[in-house]
Design a protein around this ligand. Structure first.
Ligand code: SF4
Length: 233
């Protein structure tokens, strides 16, 4: 670790996400990237980042099980910002072996099978993408779920041996929507159809009014399991 994480958190406590991003994008140019889940927060960050440094790496994982609306969003991002998102996909031989053993939707059968699918389709491609970086930027916010209530603006990611920067950690949902509307940021149309958190199609459902914003993800599991492992802490 090259940074004093506590010091950075105290230095940026009253600063804007753009200030934090400007510091890291300059200092770690070429070794920093946004791991975009294509959610609202990552769309805000994409907009902020490209306005600061249009050459910054922005990558996303295509698990092969995304919603059609998510693929439309990828096209839209590329068109609006005149970029090509870096898309990482799972290894075909791993997916084939999983399906041969568990079937195409084996992830519904047990927590182990669900986690194995997430490992193959999400985590392995993510690790490949992160291997070229020293810093990854994420759109995590504290109010998103019980598993995210303690995240910090800057963290040392001991699992991946990287600095993890969460510029929107303190933002509320309304601030995200305001930024998107004011800056005309593209977003997934499912967000306005009851899907505040959009993941893979078979593992995401719309939520009802008053439900937790991540209630639609892996809805058949208890809340402490509702992470795919990308943000293990
Ligand atoms: Fe597989 Fe579902 Fe995880 Fe997507 S969210 S990788 S389909 S278990």
């Amino acid at each position: 670790m090259h940074e004093d994480i506590d010091l950075l958190n105290s230095c940026f406590v009253d600063k804007s996400p753009e200030d934090l991003l400007t510091f890291f994008l300059k200092k770690y140019k070429g070794r920093i990237g946004l791991a975009s889940s294509l959610g609202l927060e990552d769309q805000v960050l994409t907009d902020m980042i490209l306005k600061i440094d249009s050459e910054t790496t922005i990558f996303s994982i295509d698990t092969g099980r995304l919603f059609p609306e998510t693929y439309l969003l990828i096209d839209n991002i590329n068109s609006v910002y005149n970029i090509k998102l870096d898309i990482y996909m799972p290894k075909s031989e791993d997916v084939e072996a999983y399906i041969k053993k568990n079937g195409v939707n084996g992830f519904y059968e047990s927590l182990d099978k669900r986690k194995e699918c997430c490992r193959i389709r999400k985590i392995e491609p993510l690790l490949r993408a992160l291997s070229a970086l020293d810093v990854w930027i994420c759109g995590l916010r504290r109010e998103q779920s019980v598993t995210r209530s303690n995240i910090r603006m800057v963290e040392w990611d001991e699992v991946n041996k990287l600095i993890k920067v969460n510029p929107l950690v303190n933002w509320k949902e309304q601030e995200i929507w305001s930024y998107i509307e004011i800056n005309q940021v593209p977003y997934n149309v499912l967000q306005k159809r009851g899907f505040p958190s959009v993941g893979c199609q078979p593992c995401t459902r719309a939520i009802k009014k008053g439900e937790d914003i991540r209630a639609g993800r892996w809805w058949w599991e208890s809340s402490e399991h509702k992470e795919c492992g990308l943000h293990k802490r």
